[in-house]
Design a protein around this ligand. Structure first.
Ligand SMILES: [Zn+2]
Length: 128
């Protein structure tokens, strides 16, 4: 569903103008995230690429109550994941940085990185 301007305004205030996930201030161009994914059906057409047909794999998830305000980085990284899959994905980032990022490895070697074992807690989980 495409949100109306007033629906977007209400959604942006769901967590006082902050991203539901990381808690940063929402900027112009913030995303309306489907909490439970609502995958758009598409098919590949030669010469045209992926074409969305306007239908959804889980149309029951396409309602205003299933939206969270999100910064683009959180929304794009969450993609079609559930909240718990997104949490697990973020948990893997440090492991991945240690394995693949030479810059991260060097920064760690020079004590610029302080790794912790804290749990990934989303901003909306800290609000009551
Ligand atoms: Zn965010």
């Amino acid at each position: 569903m495409k949100l109306t301007k007033s629906q977007r305004e209400i959604l942006s205030q769901k967590y006082d103008g902050k991203c539901a996930y990381c808690g940063c201030e929402l900027q112009k161009g913030w995303h309306a995230d489907h909490i439970e994914a609502c995958v758009r059906n598409r098919s590949y057409v030669d010469g045209k690429g992926w074409i969305f047909d306007g239908t959804f794999e889980k149309p029951e998830n396409n309602h205003i109550g299933n939206f969270n305000p999100s910064c683009p980085k959180c929304n794009i990284n969450k993609h079609q994941m559930t909240i718990e899959q997104f949490r697990d994905s973020i948990k893997q980032y440090v492991q991945s940085l240690n394995k693949y990022s030479v810059q991260y490895q060097m920064a760690k070697k020079y004590n610029l990185i302080n790794e912790t074992e804290i749990e990934v807690v989303f901003y909306f989980e800290t609000i009551k």
